[in-house]
Design a protein around this ligand. Structure first.
Ligand SMILES: CC(=O)N[C@H]1[C@@H](OP(=O)(O)OP(=O)(O)OC[C@H]2O[C@@H](n3ccc(=O)[nH]c3=O)[C@H](O)[C@@H]2O)O[C@H](CO)[C@@H](O)[C@@H]1O
Ligand SMILES: C=C(OP(=O)(O)O)C(=O)O
Length: 419
């Protein structure tokens, strides 16, 4: 077991490079399974544990993985014949559910264990199932395994009851080979949904409308390997922007798409921070006392739920009262108990965290209760007085590449040590 040990009260300064997006990469890798000919060469893959799990799952299915370098991988899925993914790798992460859609699309049947992922609330997959069934598949869940089969998949109109990133992408993966046209309505509009659609189109799919709430997919007969580069990680970028403001620093976050960060930028500006956008960078500079703000998490382009936990750390030391209303997940305030150990004054009422800014946090031994809670605790450690130990960092490693090295390069005093 490892932990992060942070000596606090440091100000972050300098430049940080953002890696490829976790939530795009973890969909694109399963999507490579759809290519029955040729190899996919995927660049800008982040070095995170979820990616390692996906590579293992693809290998177990019979695919060939060639790791070109730390951020590039070649996948040859042409000889895949096994359609069962029922291992710890599948059960330990969220995005393994994309193998259901991808295998159903290509082979018309699959057995995939139910996914894991961050413990942030109830995470049903009923909308994924609704979509697969609408395309003509029979779906059952037996002993924790999702079993899907279809004689044919036939395009149809599907109106999602909730806006779901997972369901939108998963049904898109199955529908690329459905006969005729599939129309997904009330689809998720996140940048990674667009990235997956662009990847599938590069392989030969015919998908239009990704990025709006109506996506049209004309079924094709075959997809082929291609070269593709994953978009920058909106949430990793948001984490460093928030950390810059929290530490009263001056950080240029590079290799980003500023448009994807508008909801974060807007809140930081509202708080009184200076944010300057370049073509592919965002500079966040502390310019004097910040004020509390209210945040409501919403699907894109609203404020992302994945960035609210780091934001909670920032607001915990900003003068005045702030509210964070979490509308996506009912249990995404577990980091609050940990922040309280560090002296934060935060009350949770239902889905709302009510934050009364304190002068400073003090170091403590805390847990990463999930991935972004982990990032929230790292930022807390950087700004707190004294030493903070962050435990259970396996959650952080699922989604942040080299978090301690990146923060260290900005001036943080942070070490990874064996527990
Ligand atoms: C691997 C990945 O991309 N994970 C992201 C993805 O998770 P994930 O794809 O699991 O999240 P969804 O967008 O599907 O979930 C959004 C909301 O819809 C509900 N829902 C979802 C599916 C379903 O079939 N039925 C249903 O009711 C969920 O409980 C949640 O309240 O989007 C979340 C919301 O932005 C992010 O926090 C995660 O980082
Ligand atoms: C909730 C997250 O991840 P996952 O869906 O993979 O659990 C996240 O990336 O913040």
């Amino acid at each position: 077991m490892e932990k992060l040990v942070i000596k606090g009260r440091t100000t972050l300064n300098g430049e940080v490079d953002i890696n490829g997006a976790k939530n795009a990469a973890v969909a694109i890798l399963p999507a490579t399974v759809l290519a029955s000919k040729g190899k996919c060469i995927i660049d800008n893959i982040p070095e995170i544990e979820d990616v390692e799990c996906l590579k293992q799952i693809i290998t177990d299915l019979g695919g060939k993985i060639n790791t070109i370098d730390s951020n590039s991988v070649e996948v040859d899925a042409s000889e895949i014949s096994n359609c069962e993914a029922c291992t710890e790798y599948v059960r330990n992460m969220r995005a393994s559910y994309y193998f259901i859609g991808a295998l159903l699309g290509r082979f018309k049947h699959a057995k995939v264990d139910l996914p894991g992922g961050c413990p942030i609330g109830v995470r049903p997959i009923d909308q994924h199932i609704k979509g697969f069934e609408a395309l003509g598949a029979e779906v059952s869940i037996e002993h924790g395994t999702v079993i899907v089969k279809a004689d044919r998949l036939i395009g149809t109109n599907i109106f999602f009851d909730v806006v779901s990133i997972g369901a939108t992408i998963n049904v898109m993966l199955a529908a690329v080979f459905a006969e005729g046209t599939t129309v997904l309505e009330n689809a998720a509009k996140e940048p990674h949904v667009v990235d997956v659609a662009n990847f599938l189109n590069t392989m030969g799919a015919e998908i239009k409308g990704a990025g709006t709430d109506v996506i049209r997919i004309n079924g094709v007969k075959e997809l082929k390997g291609c070269s593709y580069s994953v978009i920058p990680d909106q949430i990793e970028a948001a984490t460093f922007m928030i950390a810059a403001a929290a530490s009263h620093g001056d950080v240029t976050v590079k290799n980003v798409i500023p448009k994807h960060l508008e909801s974060i930028t807007a809140k930081l500006v509202e708080m009184g921070t200076e944010v300057t956008c370049g073509d592919d960078s965002v500079r966040v500079r502390y310019v004097g006392e910040m004020k509390g703000v209210n945040i409501k998490t919403l699907p894109y382009p609203g404020f992302p739920t994945d960035a609210q936990q780091p934001m909670c750390t920032l607001l915990s030391t900003v003068k005045g009262r702030s509210l964070i209303i979490e509308t996506i997940y009912e249990a995404r305030h577990k980091h609050v108990d940990e922040l309280r150990k560090m002296g934060a004054n935060i009350k949770v009422e239902g889905r709302t965290a009510i934050i009364e800014g304190v002068e400073r946090l003090t170091g403590a031994s805390v847990k990463a209760t999930d991935l972004r809670a982990g990032a929230a605790m790292v930022i807390a450690g950087i700004i707190a007085e004294g030493v903070t130990e962050v435990h259970n960092i396996e959650h952080i490693d699922r989604g942040y590449p080299h978090i301690e090295k990146k923060f260290r390069a900005l001036g943080a005093n942070i070490e990874r040590v064996s527990d």
